[in-house]
Design a protein around this ligand. Structure first.
Ligand code: BES
Ligand code: MN
Ligand code: ZN
Length: 492
């Protein structure tokens, strides 16, 4: 979808379809005849049942002769107004347009209360772009009915370079969110460890980005045996991909992002049952978010240094597959008892975390992983679990989460969780409490063993990376969660 911005007088709009976000207060002012600035719709709003409650919609035909269809979208009470409501309003607009088979629409970026015209424009653009997504590349029938919205024009009272830049930035960030959705929704047959390495090499050709792919031989030399062990049952070899973005060459400081990249998680010999296998191509969500975030920073020409490390493997059953009870020594030199081959993410991350800390000495490390089913028990699909050794880092991520609507919720890192991952025969074991208690936090405790003094935060995105149930601007399937969050945190 192309997004444009335009300074147009609302009453001069001539469009096949326009969207107008309206609060309850503004609606009632119009109804009481107190608000005359919206002359073209005043009369019609007065006459209709629309009250401006959150999510309310009504469609007006030609409120002024020749104007076209005007969709009013309720934003609720001004006191309760949030930027997220504008995102949802943008999504509502794009869905109504699609249903009306309209491929070009105008959206009025109307500021209210504490939401500025710029914030309104950016949030509406986000709602349009994210809400307009449809993974339809395999739909060959009824193409006519699935026509996407092609052009959206944001209509503002006054247009500044600042607003233009902010919208252009949102377009880049959202396109990278959709890029993650595509990578994760796609069939595994097209998204092997090797396919993704190729994709990373392509991104590595962008200015200021460098890509390095570690193959089996290189990984063996580095003693990344935890990563290799997870991939040992697959016909696709494990890879560690490093994408290094140097947007601020004057500084030596860098931030590290680490992503779990399991192209398919069958569980390994601790095989997952039917009902749990079907969506496990999403288990590379952390790595795909890291990949897209580096790509996004490069496209934004952000003045930051960020190194992204992706641990790629396919967790399968095969003659070479690792087995429960095995002991493996990885990059960090710690011995790990494999208690369960389905707790593979923490193994992959163990090597990647230790590697990036030692090789890059980053100022902070943030890892993202679809790590535990337990985080779904805590936060459902609506928030990511955050575990951190550093309050400042955790707070910064929480702030970025609130700003973007990609929420995080901090969980503790008690000493007892570290006791739970102790092993009788090795330094550490990849499963925690014998009854499976504290699945998310014991997984985090395992990761903790592979990071030294560097401020570290872990985001468990097993719930947020994939939607079983569509909501607002998120369709069923991959959500692209994390790109907007990380870019916000890294660039503000
Ligand atoms: N990839 C899964 C976690 C997951 C579950 C992601 C559901 C998305 C939806 C992970 O590798 C896993 O299998 N975790 C196990 C760990 C257990 C064996 C200790 C889990 O959470 O059950
Ligand atoms: Mn697993
Ligand atoms: Zn997994």
């Amino acid at each position: 979808m192309n997004i444009r911005v335009e300074a147009t007088r609302f009453d001069s709009l001539k469009t096949p379809f326009a969207v107008f976000p309206l609060t309850e207060e503004a609606t009632s002012a119009i109804k009481l005849g107190k608000k005359t600035t919206l002359a073209p719709i005043t009369k019609r709003v007065k006459a209709c049942d629309f009250k401006g409650e959150t999510g309310d919609t009504t469609l007006l035909y030609d409120p002024t002769p020749g104007m076209g269809r005007l969709l009013l979208v309720g934003l609720g009470k001004e006191k309760e107004l949030t930027i997220e409501k504008y995102r949802r309003a943008g999504n509502t607009g794009v869905h109504h347009a699609k249903r009306a088979r309209v491929q070009s629409l105008h959206v009025v970026a109307q500021p209210y209360a504490k939401v500025s015209e710029q914030e309104a424009a950016v949030a509406l653009a986000e709602g349009l772009l994210l809400g307009g997504y449809d993974f339809d590349r395999y739909k060959t029938e009824e193409k006519e009915k699935r026509k996407p919205v092609k052009d959206a024009t944001l209509v503002l009272g006054l247009l500044s370079t600042k607003i233009r830049d902010a919208v252009a930035r949102a377009v880049i960030v959202c396109s990278n969110t959709l890029y993650v959705r595509d990578l994760m929704n796609e069939s595994t047959s097209k998204m092997s460890t090797l396919d993704i390495a190729r994709e990373a090499v392509r991104i590595g050709k962008k200015p200021l980005v460098r890509c390095k792919v570690y193959d089996e031989k290189a990984l063996k030399k580095l003693k990344c045996n935890l990563l290799l062990g997870v991939g040992a049952g697959s016909k696709f070899p494990a890879r560690m991909i490093v994408l290094d973005y140097v947007g601020n060459p004057g500084s030596k400081d860098t931030i590290a992002l680490v992503g779990k990249g399991i192209t398919f998680d069958s569980g390994g010999l601790n095989l997952k049952p039917t009902g749990y296998l079907e969506t496990m191509r999403m288990d590379k969500g952390g790595a795909m978010t890291v990949l897209a975030t580096i790509k996004c920073l490069a496209e934004l020409k952000a003045k930051v240094n960020v190194v992204g490390v992706m641990g790629m493997a396919e967790n399968m059953i095969g003659p070479g597959a690792q087995k429960p009870g095995d002991v493996v020594i990885g990059y960090a030199g710690k011995s790990v008892e494999i208690g369960n081959t389905d707790a593979e993410g923490r193994l992959v991350l163990g090597d990647c975390l230790a590697f990036v800390e030692k090789q890059y000495k980053p100022k902070a490390i943030v890892d993202l992983a679809t790590l535990t089913g337990a985080v779904l028990v805590v936060l459902s699909e609506y928030g990511a679990g955050l575990v951190s050794t550093d309050d400042k880092l955790a707070n910064a991520l929480e702030t970025a989460g609130t700003a973007t609507g990609e929420r995080v919720w901090r969980l503790p890192l008690y000493e007892e969780f570290l006791d739970d991952v102790k092993s009788d025969i090795a330094d550490v074991r990849n499963v925690g409490h014998p009854k499976g208690y504290g699945g998310t936090v014991t997984a985090a405790a395992f990761l903790r063993k592979f990071v030294g003094e560097t401020p570290w935060a872990h985001l468990d995105i097993a719930g947020t990376a994939w939607a079983e149930k569509p909501r607002h601007y998120i369709q069923r399937g991959a959500t692209g969660y994390g790109v907007r969050l990380l870019v916000e945190w890294l660039t503000r």
